[in-house]
Design a protein around this ligand. Structure first.
Ligand code: 45D
Length: 322
């Protein structure tokens, strides 16, 4: 029987618990634009009391510099309009340029805006803004999340801002191959040990990812293989996965802890592994509880892997099918 991505997506689905992250983002989506900006500002500054992202490197900031320079020169009213346009995904030149940024450049752009706000060079919240009760509801929902989930909410809202450029064709902005590298914060883990798992493709995958060796990781996939990031559709094919990894998987520390492996009648294997991932933005200060669900074909190649954010630390133990 041929493996399909559709059936692969459902492996171990009965061990999964719905994540509170989409529920929080759904509440956020219902806010009006000013409330969204205010929510993000409060959430970011509140979070900043315990954890702050690492400053993006100069090479990364340079990609956002053109926009930042323009915004710095604007009046407070114009600055507010730019932020409203970004949050409402309006079709403006700035909102388009932002839409072409990679995920990490979008984050770097907002990081720098935040710094400029602290220095008083940019207005954080529209003048005369009055908070609506809805903002409090979303803030309270956010406080119940763990830190890994909170930074995921922030990241996803930042990614969704700006004009949707996916239908516009390529832009002149540097992307993919020219993505600046993230410096690694902790030493590379050279030998991977996962309780209950000896599958070479899985161990090799983690080892390669922890060294940013994406070519080695990609070589473990079948040509039609797929990778499904949290809350996203599967990315299909080695080339597309490689591009995604260069853009979004640099500098991640992956620390799988335990897993199970079930061999199927056709010789394929289904594995579920849970553990912790650290992003270079927050280093060792924030651990994200995640799972990997692998489908390995009878030849030992990765046909499918899904990465899911866990709802709670208890879910790290949710490996067996009921
Ligand atoms: O004024 O095996 C606001 C894959 C607006 C690869 C702001 C993976 C208001 C395969 C925006 C709030 C990648 C899928 C200011 C594994 C305002 C694989 C500023 C998983 C100033 C395991 C906000 C990787 C700012 C994972 C600056 C799960 C916010 C990675 C900054 C997860 C937020 C990474 C930042 C995450 C968030 C990174 C920097 C969740 C970073 C989050």
């Amino acid at each position: 029987m041929a493996l399909t991505i559709q059936s692969a997506q459902t492996i171990f689905s009965n061990t999964q618990v719905p994540s509170p992250i989409p529920a929080t983002i759904a509440l956020f989506d219902q806010l009006n634009v000013d409330d969204q900006l205010a929510y993000l500002w409060y959430a970011y500054t509140e979070m900043g009391k315990t954890i702050t992202p690492a400053a993006p490197g100069a090479a990364r900031l340079q990609l956002a510099e053109g926009l930042l320079t323009q915004i710095k020169q604007m009046s407070p009213e114009e600055q507010t309009k730019v932020m409203r346009d970004l949050a409402s995904r309006a079709d403006t030149p700035i909102s388009r340029s932002y839409g072409f940024f990679s995920v990490n450049t979008k984050l770097a752009f907002w990081y720098e805006l935040g710094e400029l706000m602290k220095q008083g060079l940019i207005t954080p919240i529209p003048v005369g803004y009055q908070m609506s009760p809805g903002v409090k509801v979303v803030l309270e929902a956010t406080q119940k999340l763990d830190q890994g989930q909170q930074i995921t909410v922030l990241r996803n809202t930042v990614v969704d801002m700006g004009f949707d450029t996916s239908e516009l064709g390529p832009s002149s902005y540097p992307k993919a191959d020219t993505e600046p590298a993230f410096p690694r914060t902790t030493p590379v883990i050279s030998s991977v040990k996962i309780d209950g798992v000896t599958e070479p493709a899985v161990l090799g995958y983690i080892e390669a990812m922890n060294a940013d060796n994406f070519d080695a990781a990609i070589a473990l996939f079948t040509p039609d293989g797929a990778l499904q990031p949290p809350f996203q559709k599967p990315i299909v094919g080695q080339k597309a996965i490689a591009k995604y990894m260069r853009e979004e998987a640099q500098g991640l520390n992956m620390m799988p802890k335990q897993g199970i492996c079930e061999v199927q009648p056709d010789g394929s294997k289904q594995l579920k592994i849970t553990g912790v991932v650290q992003t270079p933005w927050f280093g060792v200060n924030v651990g994200m509880n995640i799972s990997w669900r692998f489908l390995i074909n009878p030849e030992g190649k990765i046909f499918f892997v899904a990465i899911d954010m866990l709802a709670s630390p208890q879910e790290l133990m949710n490996l067996r099918r009921i």
